[in-house]
Design a protein around this ligand. Structure first.
Ligand SMILES: [Ca+2]
Ligand SMILES: [Ca+2]
Length: 113
């Protein structure tokens, strides 16, 4: 991948590169290298989004539910575009959360969709 040198990259460019790297870190584990299987998605959600999507939440949402919501072309895999929609939706939820007064509510960001 010929991405700009991260030393010269801006904060947002770094964030974009990290999203790309994070996706590929999990997508390459099994099956298609460029999509997340259910197993890969679960691992990614647990390791990268654990604090947002479950660990602390009683209303733990199933990977099946999240997979179903994300897999817009119904091929049983989450591709990069579908992954970015998840990250975008969570970022919007987090921003709303932030504007609402910094995480005091115990409500789950995913539920605000
Ligand atoms: Ca894969
Ligand atoms: Ca898909």
């Amino acid at each position: 991948m010929s991405l700009p040198n991260s030393e010269n990259a801006t904060t947002l460019e770094n964030a974009m590169q990290l999203m790309i790297q994070t996706f590929h870190k999990y997508s390459g584990n099994e099956g298609d290298k460029y999509t997340l299987s259910k197993v890969e998605l679960k691992e990614m959600l647990t390791k990268e989004l654990g604090s947002y999507l479950g660990r602390r939440c009683k209303c733990r949402l199933s990977v099946e539910k999240i997979m179903g919501d994300l897999d817009s072309n119904n091929d049983g895999e989450v591709d990069f575009t579908e992954f970015i929609i998840l990250v975008g939706a969570l970022t919007v939820a987090c921003n709303d959360f932030f504007l609402d007064g910094l995480n005091v509510r115990s409500e789950h960001p995913w539920k605000t969709r």
